[in-house]
Write a protein that binds this ligand. Structure first.
Ligand SMILES: [Zn+2]
Length: 246
């Protein structure tokens, strides 16, 4: 996992167009329903806007064609999901915290650019509707900025939070949380999947080989730098490494 800036891509126009305005109006009607009536209905959502080619392309640029969470390289055509960081409905905590879901959370962020992430199938499947917070959730239909400011989220948003504050990556390819946020994030996303451990361990060996094999010259240093560059697989894990927090 690595901190990512969304400024590398412009916000997709489609998320601010007429169709999304209509869809948001339907959602607003849904939230005006009596809570008991609302609980009997699914929120009206139109996925074609957030799964559009325009959104996928922008997310591919932002996340450098890699999963936002585990950094697995993705094929644009078929490997990646457009994932909602805050889930579309029934947001739930983790069992040790609270297993009571919040049915109203967070449909109103369905078309929010800041809530859309490029995710691999495995992370998306592991994340499900989990979005644990310490304390209360944001008020219904808050803005994204209000939710980010008021909620004490336990799942790292890599566009807002520096992952190195919460986790470290070991040369054997495993990842360890150093606090509750790190541990919850690792567990929710299942970041110690065997394929990830193998891939990260291989990258560690490759990166270290650039430095340890013989004299460090310009070519070797350039190779090492490129192994840590934004487009390199698992660059976040390599940059954070095992010791940045110790
Ligand atoms: Zn992933």
């Amino acid at each position: 996992m690595r901190k990512v800036s969304r400024r590398t891509a412009t916000r997709p126009e489609i998320l601010y167009g007429g169709e999304v305005r209509v869809a948001k109006a339907s959602l607003a009607d849904h939230y005006r329903l009596d809570p008991q009536e609302r609980a009997r209905r699914r929120p009206p959502l139109s996925s074609k806007n957030w799964t559009s080619a325009e959104v996928r392309l922008a997310l591919t640029e932002v996340f450098w064609s890699k999963c936002a969470y585990c950094e697995t390289p993705l094929d644009y055509a078929d490997d990646g999901y457009v994932s909602h960081h805050r889930p579309l409905s029934n947001a739930a905590g983790v069992p040790e915290q609270s297993s009571v879901a919040s049915p109203d959370y967070y449909s109103w962020f369905a078309y929010e650019w800041e809530n859309l992430f490029l995710s691999c199938v495995a992370c998306n499947r592991a994340k499900r509707n989990l979005f644990p917070v310490r304390g209360p959730r944001a008020h219904l239909r808050s803005t994204w900025a209000e939710a980010e400011a008021s909620e004490d989220a336990l799942l790292i948003n890599p566009c807002q939070v520096e992952p190195r504050k919460h986790m470290r990556f070991c040369p054997d390819g495993t990842v360890v949380g150093v606090d509750e946020v790190g541990n919850v994030t690792v567990n929710i996303l299942d970041l110690n999947r065997s394929d990830l451990i193998r891939a990260r361990a291989r990258r560690f060996r490759e990166c270290l080989a650039w430095l340890w094999q013989g004299r460090i010259d310009d070519e070797r240093l350039a190779g090492f730098r490129s192994a840590l560059s934004e487009e390199a697989p698992f660059c976040g894990a390599m940059r954070i490494g095992p010791a940045s927090l110790s």
